[in-house]
Design a protein around this ligand. Structure first.
Ligand SMILES: *[C@@H]1O[C@H](CO)[C@@H](O)[C@H](O)[C@H]1NC(C)=O
Ligand SMILES: *[C@@H]1O[C@H](CO)[C@@H](O)[C@H](O)[C@H]1NC(C)=O
Ligand SMILES: *[C@@H]1O[C@H](CO)[C@@H](O)[C@H](O)[C@H]1NC(C)=O
Ligand SMILES: *[C@@H]1O[C@H](CO)[C@@H](O)[C@H](O)[C@H]1NC(C)=O
Ligand SMILES: *[C@@H]1O[C@H](CO)[C@@H](O)[C@H](O)[C@H]1NC(C)=O
Length: 769
């Protein structure tokens, strides 16, 4: 026993030492917004440096520790500090919060047609919004490949006068890479550089410049604001005109994500600059996990952005279908989940016993079609950490797989990487088998060898067949691109779900948008799988994730702004939400797997841009109302200061706003502590036509009685505000200790007299605790 114990102790000791020795870590330090005026300093930078100066030893230059000095997204700075410096800094006056730098992840075209944007008659959204002309979409991501045809500026109007951004020079990137489409590009690498010192070098070159080394940012930026590119395809698949959602909008990229991840210090720095640069929309296809608002840099930076009239749109995350997985939950952010399109890439498996398994692939196999040979099937199970069943690197014995069709389970490594592993081991083809985690999700890839992905039910049948015979055989029949045959939109399996872990009084996600098998622009020096071994070159590739759903909404937000330049971010979000669809293109409820989707999967529903441009009524929210909302939730003074930079007295605010409800376009009711009634209010603003009459239609959640007053609202003028009240009475008992139950319904204001063109719908969720 002796040696073991001492070893244990020495490990602890080592950890202890490394924690207290002078290892530096990055911290984001938030300061009191009025601190500078009461200090002797004339510049923010000097003021920020003074904090570092007070905590480090006198021989050191404080500016060597400063990473960023923030000015607009947050009051404060990012710096490298040791544990003891962190502790002494915490005690200084005007320091309101210090957070360790966090690492976020990326949430990894036809969709414009699917969304009805190009409909010419009767105000297809593009025509009524002039394609988003005049608006600027800022994209925080992995950068951009400026030579992509999606960023060609032919036909683009001049750069808006208000634009103050730059085209930052760096590795393989200079001012000549920007144009009237891509009007700005910057990179933020200080947090990343500090963090990545220990990370291993990647095989693919990482450009220290706005140039995209990974493809993700080129893909998302072109989805939001890419120009029209005729005859686009991915090696022949999905051929058509590729277009962003707002093909007339300008794009500015802020590179904050690197191979090592996306650091909150860099993200804040980018938001800080973007606010001053003059963007109208910020698109963030990144995030991590649910966080309390006062601890969430994205929530804090986006509050300031919202105060400046900038719409912030974020991905909901890819940790679905787990409950409470939705990230980026602040009420001033538009949180976007992912849905499927009705475009398929069939690649069907015919087993030796004649059985057919539906699969999909973007392997360019059209030409081969039925000529694809029947091959011997093999599923190698190692059952250990080698992970042969997952086809991890180096796990497949060549003698077992050479010339065969190899079955690989989804999970652990990337889908396309599994194909490369099979190919390297001499395999001839691959079947990717979904597991109980992915079920029927069908994210396709441009595989490096003939391959298809099959759902979980099909995978069970395939494995039973392999088990049933000594010489299992199969072939893959590639069917090209098929449109309109499947039910869509449906919820993507991976799309993060509510209810919001830290802010359950706001229903999240807000909306869903296309995020599965999205084709968009790609760096011209990367293969379509982005594997280092993939030597093919393309201008477009396919990706899936809430990362892809987010820029759809960012682009549509730009369209709405272009049509209604005076609307606030809250008004635009209201328009997106109250007009969203809950039925699919077959007129049936949007599905989530094999059941109708709930509000925690789709929020208000699937975006409908044509209706969102002209919603009839909106629910608007002022910055002050968000603060009152935080007061009603019981946030402390210092937490509210950290989120909003405002020193408020909730006591006074709540006295002045008795019975306050945040004017959110969706409704979340929580019955707890045995309470059985809840009242909430809403305020409608008429943005449709004067002399409009609306009446209310309610679908009450099960076990709840809903009463609305008044039930009929008459607007005389445009921009007129009118209020209504809703009472919820629970007829159910609470589910008991430590249990929760849910129900859902909806409330719709229907315009009377005129073809009920305007239907202003709010989803309702009810939670018993
Ligand atoms: C910018 O880069 C392009 C090509 O990458 C090069 O031709 C041009 O000379 C560069 N311009 C400047 C001002 O460095
Ligand atoms: C295959 O057969 C083995 C042994 O008979 C059994 O343990 C396994 O569960 C079977 N697998 C499937 C997928 O049917
Ligand atoms: C990509 O686009 C460029 C510019 O439009 C074009 O010259 C090139 O041929 C395209 N590459 C492929 C693989 O289609
Ligand atoms: C906040 O404002 C109150 C007065 O309203 C003041 O007494 C207090 O010092 C302020 N707190 C901070 C941290 O500035
Ligand atoms: C009905 O509503 C549409 C959309 O706002 C409007 O264009 C049209 O003039 C209205 N018709 C009548 C008869 O009010």
């Amino acid at each position: 026993m002796e040696p073991k114990i001492s070893l244990f102790v020495s490990v602890i000791f080592f950890y202890f030492v490394s924690l207290h020795a002078d290892t530096l870590q990055t911290y984001v330090v938030q300061l009191h917004p009025h601190g500078l005026t009461s200090s002797l300093f004339t510049s923010k930078l000097h003021w920020h440096l003074s904090f570092i100066e007070q905590t480090i030893s006198s021989e050191e230059d404080p500016s060597s520790r400063l990473l960023y000095s923030y000015h607009s997204a947050m009051e404060g700075f990012a710096a490298q500090l040791s544990q003891s410096e962190f502790e002494s800094l915490q005690k200084l006056p005007d320091v309101i919060a210090i957070r360790p730098d966090r690492r976020f992840q990326l949430q990894t075209t036809y969709s414009y047609k699917f969304l009805g944007l190009n409909r010419p008659s009767n105000g297809g959204a593009w025509y009524s919004s002039h394609f988003g002309y005049g608006t600027i979409i800022g994209v925080l991501d992995t950068g951009v490949w400026p030579e992509s045809p999606s960023f060609d500026d032919q036909g683009m109007p001049p750069v808006p006068r208000k634009w103050r951004g730059i085209c930052q020079e760096g590795e393989n990137f200079n001012a000549s890479n920007c144009n009237r489409k891509l009007i700005g590009a910057r990179f933020f690498s200080r947090g990343h550089r500090v963090a990545s010192m220990s990370s291993s070098p990647n095989i693919i070159q990482e450009y220290v410049s706005p140039r995209d080394s990974q493809g993700h940012g080129t893909h998302t930026a072109s989805t939001a604001g890419g120009t029209s590119v005729p005859m686009a395809s991915v090696l022949g698949n999905g051929a058509g005109v590729a277009r962003g959602m707002a093909p007339g909008a300008h794009v500015a990229v802020y590179k904050v994500c690197w191979f090592s991840g996306c650091y909150s210090s860099d993200i804040l720095a980018a938001m800080d600059v973007a606010i001053i640069d003059g963007v109208d929309v910020l698109s963030l296809s990144l995030g991590g996990f649910p966080l309390p608002l006062f601890d969430d840099s994205i929530a804090i930076g986006s509050f300031r952005a919202m105060e400046h009239g900038i719409s912030v749109v974020c991905a909901a995350g890819n940790s679905g279908p787990l409950q409470n997985s939705v990230a980026n939950e602040a009420p001033w952010i538009a949180t976007v989940g992912a849905s499927t399109l009705d475009r398929r890439f069939p690649a069907i498996v015919r087993m030796g016993n004649g059985g057919l398994l539906y699969g999909e692939s973007m392997y360019p196999g059209n030409q081969l079609s039925n000529l694809q040979k029947e091959l011997e099937l093999v599923y190698v199970i190692s059952g250990d950490e080698r992970g042969s069943e997952f086809c991890l690197r180096g796990s497949l014995p060549k003698e077992k797989v050479r010339g065969k069709m190899v079955v690989c389970d989804r999970g652990i490594n990337g889908r396309a990487e599994k194909g490369e592993v099979v190919k390297e081991a001499g395999g001839a083809a691959m079947i990717l088998a979904n597991t109980v985690i992915n079920l029927e999700e069908d994210s396709v890839d441009v595989h490096v060898l003939p391959a298809t992905v099959i759902g979980f039910a099909e995978a069970v049948r395939l494995k039973a067949y392999i088990n049933s015979t000594r010489r299992a055989r199969a072939r893959i029949i590639f069917g090209g691109t098929a449109i309109g045959r499947s039910r869509a939109p449906a919820v993507a399996q991976f799309s993060a779900r509510g209810p919001s872990l830290y802010s359950p009084t706001i229903l999240k996600p807000d909306v869903i948008a296309p995020g599965v098998n999205i084709i968009a622009a790609w760096p011209q020096n990367l293969g379509p799988t982005s594997l280092p071994e993939d030597s093919r070159r393309v201008n477009f590739t396919v990706m899936s994730g809430t990362s892809m759903a987010c820029p759809h909404v960012s682009g549509i937000t730009a369209l709405i702004r272009s049509a209604h330049p005076k609307w606030t971010p809250a008004a635009i979000k209201s328009a997106l939400m109250t007009t969203a669809d809950t039925n699919d293109h077959f007129g049936k409820p949007i599905m989530d797997g094999n059941k109708p989707a709930g509000v925690f999967a789709i929020g208000a529903g699937h975006i409908n841009p044509e209706r969102a441009i002209n919603p009839g009524l909106i629910y608007d929210i002022t910055p002050d109302e968000y603060i009152t909302h935080l007061c009603t939730l019981g946030y402390t003074k210092s937490e509210i200061l950290a989120i909003t930079h405002r020193n408020v007295s909730c006591k006074e605010i709540l006295q002045m706003n008795r019975g306050f409800s945040l004017n959110y376009p969706s409704i979340s009711v929580i019955f707890k502590n045995g309470k059985t009634t809840k009242m909430t209010t809403r305020r409608l603003t008429n943005v449709g036509s004067p002399n409009s009459i609306y009446s209310v239609e309610v679908v009450a959640p099960e076990g709840v009685k809903v009463r609305v007053k008044p039930r009929r609202i008459v607007f005389k003028n445009i921009n007129q505000n009118l209020n209504y009240k809703i009472w919820f009475t629970s007829r159910k008992r609470s589910p008991g200790k430590d249990k929760m139950s849910f129900a859902q319904g909806q409330l719709t204001w229907v315009h009377s007299g005129n073809s009920s063109f305007y239907r202003v719908r709010s989803p309702i969720s009810v939670t018993w605790k």
